[in-house]
Design a protein around this ligand. Structure first.
Ligand SMILES: [Zn+2]
Length: 124
């Protein structure tokens, strides 16, 4: 992978991170609004409130699950950036072959080539 490619994927991943942070920021804002609305001024009762609200806490739980999945994705984007710096980006972690450029453009966090990924699925 040449310098130009590295720059290309760095930009791609940076954009992806920005989108993700936007999304997470939106979620956090929503969660904060709910907290403010529920707040009684007593912070120790927070956990009680969390358990006490039916649908509302379910909604929040969903948002939390979503956020944790997103933050996992964020970590994988970070890893992809690290791999770019290390020069291992685009190399399959299993067979050390180059991952298809098309695949990387579609899934910049991919660490395995299609063959190995398929193989892994079969094994499962
Ligand atoms: Zn492979």
């Amino acid at each position: 992978m040449n310098k130009k490619d590295v720059e290309f994927f760095k930009t791609l991943i940076a954009k992806e991170k920005e989108n993700l942070l936007d999304k997470l920021g939106y979620l956090r804002e929503n969660a904060m609004n709910t907290t403010v609305k529920d707040a009684t001024g007593d912070h120790s009762s927070y956990s009680f409130h969390m358990a006490d609200q039916g649908t509302d806490s379910q909604e929040r739980e969903k948002a939390f699950l979503f956020a944790s999945r997103e933050s996992q994705y964020f970590e994988r984007l970070e890893l992809a950036l690290k791999r770019l710096d290390e020069g291992t980006f685009g190399i399959c972690v299993k067979c050390q072959k180059l991952i298809d450029r098309e695949r990387l453009e579609a899934v910049p966090i991919a660490t395995m080539c299609v063959d190995c990924k398929t193989e892994k699925k079969k094994a499962l």
